[in-house]
Design a protein around this ligand. Structure first.
Ligand SMILES: *Cc1c(COP(=O)(O)O)cnc(C)c1O
Length: 394
């Protein structure tokens, strides 16, 4: 008999009833150190007082009105994002994959309105993830996500990650946009080198192609800059944001330059919930904190510490781990044993991590993790690795 919850997830047998900062607690009072942060969502930890205050105040006043009316804190959040980024304009969604939908529509509408309706192709890369909507799975293109769900949305050209020859060969006058994650998340914490992002920008400029960055997972301070592309010193035309921006409240956004967004006039796109007062009250509180340079300095300091400790962990367990990679507090432990064994051993040590592709374990703690918690987390991962190594030897 089918479960009452559609069985599309492989869940761990853990149910948390309370959270506080970097900690989650089960019904029986057991505390777990959370290095997953709801898959890079709880950027400011659980039950952050500033966010609790923001949502409580807004909840007592007004939850939702629809985009039939002006929404002052949607306006304020858009203004803040425009102020802090390359963007001239913002559209709010409820999720990352909805941001992907709009990014794709925006790129195609751009060329349509420039009298180039034939320019519809979007280049994407192996290992990428853009969510589970029809555009999202067609964009990523992996068999795992697309099999059985055809016919797929056409117009995506899938290229090998790092295959420069294939990239140059794919450039022609039908290409509307290039879509890429500056650090692949689900793909196994794979950073795009800065010089490659610069190269993509140059290639796009040379051919008039729009550059779309998916910063749903790597954005909002995760890598130590407000957005990961800032490390490379280049900017996109369109950017997808979600996960961290709501701190746990479902919120996403598409940021764009005035030129890239020029086709998106009244009536061309919409969302009932997107950017509602409740979501934007939280998004505004999160973005104010995360975009503060002092906050980002702290993220970088703690990221350095965590990275150093994880390098030590890898060195101490050469049979379990291959390497650490990633940026900021978006780190991946590439495993030599099945990554799911490492995650499960972590559960036994009451530390939560998230598996990803390429046999990787993701370490994505709240950006507010403390130094003591980093030390405790790595001690628990060390115990987990010891247990995995013993099991492998047995
Ligand atoms: C999670 C994720 C998405 C999809 O976001 P949802 O909110 O699950 O729809 C898209 N792109 C990237 C890079 C992601 O990590």
């Amino acid at each position: 008999m089918i479960p009452s919850v559609l069985p599309t997830y492989n869940r761990a047998p853990l149910a948390f009833v309370e959270g506080d900062g970097t900690w989650l607690t089960t019904e029986d009072g057991t505390r777990y150190l959370d290095l997953g942060a709801g898959i890079a969502v709880n950027a400011l930890g659980h039950a952050n007082p500033a966010l609790v205050q923001a949502i409580t105040d807004q909840a007592a006043r007004l939850w939702h009105v629809s985009n039939l009316y002006e929404i002052p804190n949607q306006q304020a959040l858009a203004d803040l994002l425009v102020d802090k980024t390359f963007a001239d304009t913002v559209f709010f969604t409820n999720s990352g994959t909805e941001a992907c939908e709009l990014a794709v529509k925006m790129a195609r509408k751009y060329w349509h309105d420039k009298d180039r309706p034939d320019r519809t192709d979007i280049l994407t890369f192996s290992g990428s993830f853009h969510g589970r909507s029809s555009a999202g799975i067609a964009a990523a293109g992996s068999e795992k996500m697309t099999k059985g769900f055809g016919p797929l949305l056409p117009g995506f050209i899938h290229l090998g990650w790092g295959d420069h020859d294939a990239l140059y060969a794919a450039i022609n006058d039908k290409v509307a946009a290039i879509l890429i994650e500056p650090v692949q998340g689900e793909g196994g914490i794979v950073p795009l080198p800065d010089q490659c992002l610069k190269g993509l920008r140059d290639l796009c400029d040379e051919h008039g192609i729009l550059l779309i960055l998916d910063e749903v997972q790597c954005g909002m301070g995760r890598t130590g800059r407000l957005f990961a592309h800032e490390w490379a010193g280049v900017t996109p035309d369109i950017m997808m944001v979600a996960k961290g921006i709501g701190g746990g409240f479902p919120l996403g956004a598409v940021l764009a330059t005035e030129d890239a967004a020029s086709g998106m006039t009244a009536g061309t796109h919409g969302s009932t919930y997107g950017g509602n007062p409740l979501g934007c009250a939280v998004g505004l509180a999160v973005t104010r904190i995360v975009s503060d340079p002092d906050f980002l300095d702290e993220v970088n300091r703690k990221a350095g510490l965590l990275r150093q400790r994880l390098e030590g962990l890898v060195a101490a367990h050469p049979d379990v781990f291959d390497q650490v990679r990633g940026a900021g507090l978006m780190l991946g432990l590439v495993c030599k044993v099945p990554n799911t064994d490492v995650v499960a051993a972590g559960y036994a040590q009451h530390v939560l991590t998230v598996p990803a592709a390429e046999n990787t374990v993701r370490v994505l703690p709240p950006l507010t993790i403390t130094e003591d918690e980093i030390a405790e987390a790595v001690a628990r991962l060390d115990a987990a690795a010891t247990a995995v190594a013993q099991d492998a030897a047995a």
